[in-house]
Design a protein around this ligand. Structure first.
Ligand SMILES: [Zn+2]
Length: 414
């Protein structure tokens, strides 16, 4: 693998250990202009139809720059709508049919940011870590190591002196196990998040119940592009035994019931949402970070499966919001932010929707939907923001610092 950063040109070449595909070096991102994007979309007009006549682009007038005092009753849920979803199948005019729940239930009561740019490496693990750290991380996407820069989880816990149980990450891939904290000397594991890998938990629970893992194939299938980890289920179950036992106890999850319920689910993202609900009901953390990932089935080349996964992610986002509204620990005090980690290649570039190798504007530009506490319903922000802006934004809402983040607070949310 090689990573280069010279005069604004960032390139990476790495062969995925599982699927063998490569992320190609991408073009000089400084020469790329958002204004020159070729999609032919007016992003400002994305949601006009759904939001009605009252929808308008928001004048840039922040309510305040920083929270006056730390607000520890506030809760924040970040959902990465991944991995890799294009505008063409989501909020563009032709894509809206795939996301009826977000269009009809969530967007009208939320704020829509129509240009979220990711200028980093377009690999899911490194990109998700970059969202968490608020910096474009440059480590090997296919190695399960934590980001070099402190994460939102560490900033939050250190800045507000919060306990470990207050910050949870729910991640689809066992290779995301190191995302909960950085290797930074001043932060690190003692300030990290609790990371739940639902597949590992299910592997352990199934083994504990003497169930054959074949019965759970649809749930345990890992994504095409994730950090390398052992494919040995027995080894996974053993490695996860202690942590799985602790998690099951914390979540008051009977292994019998968990395995029985899992049989009613159809995908890893559904499993993640089930665990998320359980975390919200039993622990009610203030900061939750959920990474959906079914959409990355697109790498198989099956467009219908890619659409199915988008439709499922759309439904799961609505179910998550329903839980927020129904759960007294979360109702009226929670901001939910939903954002793809990045897009995918445009038709006519590479293999189109299948991969995200070209670094083109379609692959780099996506959207964010924010709803709940502190948001302004029915508004659209069309100025470009970056995916690394999320962490300093959340920090500003709570009133703690993110000294190593290179993103900027999104003033419209403050
Ligand atoms: Zn991918």
């Amino acid at each position: 693998m090689s990573v280069t950063l010279t005069n604004g040109r960032l390139g990476i070449r790495k062969t995925n250990l599982k699927s063998g595909f490569e992320i190609e070096p991408f073009a000089d991102f400084r020469s790329w202009s958002i204004a020159s994007r070729q999609q032919g979309l007016s992003r400002r007009d994305f949601l006009r139809g759904a939001l009605g006549a009252g929808a308008a682009s928001l004048a840039l007038k922040p309510k305040r720059l920083f929270a006056a005092t730390a607000d520890t009753s506030r809760k924040t849920i970040i959902v990465t709508f991944g991995g890799g979803a294009r505008d063409a199948e989501t909020f563009s005019v032709e894509g809206q049919r795939n996301i009826p729940h977000m269009m009809q239930e969530l967007a009208p009561q939320g704020m829509f940011f129509s240009q979220v740019v990711n200028r980093g490496i377009l690999g899911h693990y490194v990109a998700t870590s970059s969202i968490a750290s608020g910096c474009y991380e440059t480590f090997d996407n296919f190695v399960a190591e934590g980001p070099a820069n402190p994460t939102l989880f560490e900033y939050y816990r250190r800045g507000l002196q919060r306990p470990a149980k207050d910050v949870w990450v729910i991640a689809p891939s066992n290779g995301f196990e190191a995302i909960g904290n950085s290797s930074h000397a001043a932060y690190g594991k003692k300030y990290g998040a609790q990371v739940i890998l639902p597949k590992r938990l299910l592997t352990y629970a199934a083994a504990a119940n003497n169930h054959t893992l074949r019965d759970y194939n649809a749930l345990l299938h890992d994504s095409y592009e994730s950090p390398y980890h052992s494919d040995d289920a027995a080894q996974d179950a053993a490695a996860g035994k202690i942590e799985s036992e602790e998690i099951a106890k914390t979540l008051k999850l009977s292994l019998d019931e968990f395995t029985a319920h899992s049989r009613t689910l159809s995908s890893p993202d559904e499993l993640s949402l089930f665990i998320t609900r359980q975390v919200m009901r039993e622990v009610a953390p203030s900061l939750l970070f959920i990474t959906l990932h079914d959409i990355d089935v697109a790498h198989s080349g099956a467009y219908s499966l890619y659409l199915d996964a988008i439709q499922r992610a759309d439904r799961l986002c609505a179910e998550l919001w329903q839980e927020v509204e129904a759960n007294p620990e979360y109702k009226d005090r929670t901001t939910v932010m939903i954002m793809p980690d990045f897009g995918r290649d445009a038709d006519g570039e590479g293999n189109g929707f299948q991969h995200h190798r070209t670094g083109s504007p379609m692959a780099r530009t996506t959207w964010m939907l924010a709803l709940g506490k502190g948001t302004r319903p029915g508004t659209i922000v069309s100025r470009p923001i970056e995916s690394i802006d999320l962490t300093p934004t959340v920090a500003s809402l709570y009133g703690f610092d993110t000294p190593f983040s290179t993103g900027r607070p999104i003033t419209e949310l403050l």
